[in-house]
Design a binder for this molecule. Sequence first.
Ligand SMILES: CC(C)(COP(=O)(O)OP(=O)(O)OC[C@H]1O[C@@H](n2cnc3c(N)ncnc32)[C@H](O)[C@@H]1OP(=O)(O)O)[C@@H](O)C(=O)NCCC(=O)NCCS
Length: 162
Amino acid sequence: MPYRITPAYESDLPRLWAIEQESFHNPWSNDMLQQEITKPQARFRVLRDAAEASPETSPALGFCLSWVVLDELHIHQVAVTPSLRRQGLGRLLLQDALNIAQKEQVVRLYLEVRASNQAALGLYQSFHFETVGVRRKYYQEPVEDAVVLVYETQAETSDGER
Ligand SMILES: CC(C)(COP(=O)(O)OP(=O)(O)OC[C@H]1O[C@@H](n2cnc3c(N)ncnc32)[C@H](O)[C@@H]1OP(=O)(O)O)[C@@H](O)C(=O)NCCC(=O)NCCS
């Protein structure tokens, strides 16, 4: 199936919230997701079936939510609807984040992930993200360490240095 990735729309919220609840131990609320749609620093990207004529009526199949923070892109959440996992959609969403990073001259991508999340760690490692640290007991319910991962891009900092 061909896919496309677009910004999130208000009309996506019910599907996004459903995927959120199916995907995370401590899901964000509908209100929190809604606020991300309009935050200037947020890049809220939604993956859909490209065969549907209008993106706004094509159901969300997955999403990636990142923030541009100075010269970094912080990836907060990547999720794919459970029935479509392991078919390359997470990879498409992460590649889209890398494309955004390149377009916006970001020098590194940064994220945290639960230490037991083998699927996410596998996805990020397949893009050569590097482990740069561990935050002990960072997550609650269940309490768990966070692995901190970084991907350095080829962009230069504003003062011209790497
Ligand atoms: C993490 C997640 C987004 C991956 O999405 P996906 O569409 O299943 O991933 P892909 O099919 O694109 O997989 C790409 C690569 O990631 C790795 N990977 C994905 N799922 C994996 C799993 N269950 N176990 C080990 N490695 C896995 C593999 O290297 C895979 O490549 P391969 O299939 O050629 O071996 C998905 O599992 C998910 O939504 N999880 C719940 C939410 C979450 O934990 N998000 C990450 C924290 S923000």
